[in-house]
Ligand binder design. Structure first.
Ligand SMILES: Cc1cc2nc3c(=O)[nH]c(=O)nc-3n(C[C@H](O)[C@H](O)[C@H](O)COP(=O)(O)O)c2cc1C
Length: 395
């Protein structure tokens, strides 16, 4: 089983991830991780924090001379801002004066309910961990999962489709859309929409407001049969929805046509099945002869399993809860209403959320891949995978 755990507070000394279940022999370099961390930190509409931090990952165990050992992989990212927070975030007992007490919960954030749940009287004890800073380590762990997928010809792409009501016109091959998205400050492949999205963000920022949006994640080269129709908790669509919904501020997830299936007849929803003998013999799926579809409304998943078509996912992000334009709330000590103004926050983080989504989805698919073709080493997985592709091809 592939799994990971993250630890770390937003202004603590450092962030940590431990990954268990990664096979031996996978080529990994800290540069692979740093590249993904930089993508997570970019995007028009981010706050000042992103300028303070330039994340760099240190691999502290599980990798030797550029290859995984099969043992747990530990990753560490230092919080550069920590120097300004050593006293406030110290693990040692400290005088009360050292605590910059937060008693004013933000609507839409974890502050109030986290305080109630754990009995914290200072809401910093909640917000330090509920912050999306935690996703740094999910992107770090996901970048290693991506390396595994890459080894087996599986590509992971994302692009932003909507910000604050501005929608992009998006059509084309995943690789080309991804390249255009990478060239856009809001990660939207439609350049006219990108411009309108940035204007919408400027407008929201000037008004002290914040924006949400939506994005797509697409995986290509996925073989049929990842996931399960047998066990509810191994269904691939369920696992991917869980992964997406686990990202801070994600409030909706769709597979393929998603919610649009509710209003279309079956004849316009289900993807008809075809067979072609004319495949090219190549190392990996899908360049072999076999079953295929001309449409992909199912988003590459039927019966909780990948069906060999690209996996297409979509997610909706709510607007950032910390607003410069104050919303009404109540101080947890005085019980008096207040209207807070705040110092530092993102106006819009949809482009970053799409990068995080790539990471969490890559990790889930890598887990399903290892479950199906499992082995202790990359070469063992490759043997199993090639054997499976042979049997699928001759089916
Ligand atoms: C990449 C990213 C950046 C975020 N930046 C902020 C931020 O600067 N300020 C803020 O209040 N919320 C931010 N959020 C959203 C909060 O983390 C999130 O709304 C909060 O943890 C409550 O969880 P929930 O929205 O899932 O209910 C961000 C989320 C993501 C994914």
């Amino acid at each position: 089983m592939l799994r990971y755990l993250t630890a770390g507070e937003s202004h603590g000394r450092e962030l940590t991830a431990i990954i268990e279940g990664m096979p031996a022999g996978l080529a990994v370099a800290s540069g692979d991780i740093d590249r993904e961390l930089a993508r997570r930190q970019s995007g028009y509409g981010r706050g000042a924090r992103m300028k303070i931090e330039t994340d760099r990952a240190e691999i502290t165990s599980g990798v030797r001379h550029g290859k995984t050992l099969g043992s747990p992989i530990a990753l560490v990212v230092k919080n550069r801002d920590w120097e300004n927070w050593t006293e406030i975030m110290s693990p040692e007992a400290a005088p009360a004066a050292a605590d910059r007490a937060v008693t004013r919960p933000r609507p839409g954030h974890a502050d109030l309910t986290g305080g109630l749940k754990y009995g914290h009287r200072g809401l910093r004890n909640v917000l330090e961990r509920s912050s999306a800073r935690e996703t740094t380590m999910r992107v770090a762990a996901g970048s290693i999962a991506r390396r595994l997928l890459d080894e087996f010809g599986i590509g992971v792409y994302s692009w932003v489709t909507e910000i604050g009501g501005v929608k992009g016109e998006i059509a084309g091959a995943p690789g080309a859309l991804f390249r255009s998205a990478e060239g856009s400050q809001v990660r939207c492949p439609d350049s006219a929409a990108s411009k309108a999205m940035m204007e919408r963000i400027d407008h929201a920022k000037a008004a002290g407001d914040s924006l949400g949006g939506a994005f797509e994640v697409v995986l290509t080269g996925v073989p049929p049969g990842l996931g399960s129709f047998v066990h509810w908790d191994r269904k691939l669509d369920a696992r991917l929805a869980f992964a997406l919904m686990s990202i801070q501020a994600i409030k909706g997830a769709e597979v393929g046509m998603g919610f649009a299936v509710a209003s279309a007849p079956g004849s316009e929803v289900h993807d008809e099945i075809f067979y072609s003998r004319k495949g090219r013999s190549a190392k990996f799926w899908p360049r072999r002869p076999g079953f295929s579809r001309k449409t992909n409304n199912a988003g590459g998943i039927e019966g909780g399993m990948s069906n060999g078509e690209p996996i297409v996912l979509r997610a909706a992000m709510k607007p950032i809860p910390t607003l410069y334009k104050p919303l009404r709330s109540v101080d947890i000590d005085t019980k008096k209403p207040f209207k807070a103004s705040v110092e530092r926050s993102d106006t819009c983080a949809v482009p970053a959320a799409a990068v995080i989504a790539e990471a969490v989805v890559a990790f889930e698919v890598a887990g399903a891949f290892i479950e199906k073709f499992g082995g202790d080493s990359i070469s063992e997985i490759e043997r199993n995978y090639m054997g499976y592709l042979d049997s699928v091809t001759s089916y």
